[in-house]
Design a protein around this ligand. Structure first.
Ligand code: ATP
Ligand code: MG
Length: 170
């Protein structure tokens, strides 16, 4: 685990760019619910959290309908940042919700939609977040949509780093 302070909003935007083609093909919109011009800083493992967001946003695209949307939202708490990925897609049947984090578990309906996948994405997400002492929660309703949320420790930049960031963005 390699902890560092980074801007998770800008990571989310990079991931939107990576997944843009996939989403665009099915007219699915990827958006930030609110834009923070100063960024949103967390203290976490950059590459692992990048994996978490890729898996969650990919699922939100994959298990969506054409013309749907995926929203990422950040809520700053005193010591933590709450990150939520919401879609208005297929949703998860109530009887399956508890099992989606198990390795190889896939909801039968999504399988019948012929969506490829191994059923490992969310098991990896949960494992990475456990390594950050964070848990993930899911809220879903069939044919309405799904939302996954988790907390990360807020990142504090020292003045020097703030200056570097400002210089970088000029
Ligand atoms: P992989 O991620 O390994 O390619 P996968 O997407 O099937 O395969 P997970 O990401 O672990 O595996 O997800 C497990 C199952 O949970 C999925 O097969 C799907 O049925 C359901 N699921 C996950 N995310 C969503 C979502 N946003 N909306 C609806 N169903 C979802
Ligand atoms: Mg997946």
């Amino acid at each position: 685990m390699h902890y560092e302070v980074f801007d998770i909003q800008s990571l989310a935007l990079d991931i939107f760019e990576q997944l843009e083609n996939k989403a665009h093909k099915r007219s699915i919109q990827l958006m930030l619910e609110k834009n923070y011009p100063e960024g949103i800083y967390v203290n976490a493992d950059y590459s692992r959290i990048s994996q978490v967001l890729i898996n969650l946003v990919s699922n939100a695209i994959k298990y969506n309908q054409d013309g749907g949307w995926v929203k990422v939202r950040f809520d700053e708490k005193e010591k933590e940042v709450l990150i939520t990925v919401t879609d208005n897609g297929l949703g998860i049947p109530e009887e399956d919700i508890a099992r989606v984090f198990e390795r190889f578990y896939r909801v039968e309906k999504s399988r019948s939609k012929k969506q490829g996948g191994s059923g490992l994405g969310l098991a990896i997400v949960k494992h990475i977040l456990e390594g950050h002492n964070a848990s993930i929660s899911v809220d879903s309703e069939e044919n309405k949509g799904t939302s996954f949320s988790f907390n990360l420790e807020k990142g504090v930049l020292n003045n020097e780093e703030v200056n570097i960031q400002r210089t970088d963005s000029i």
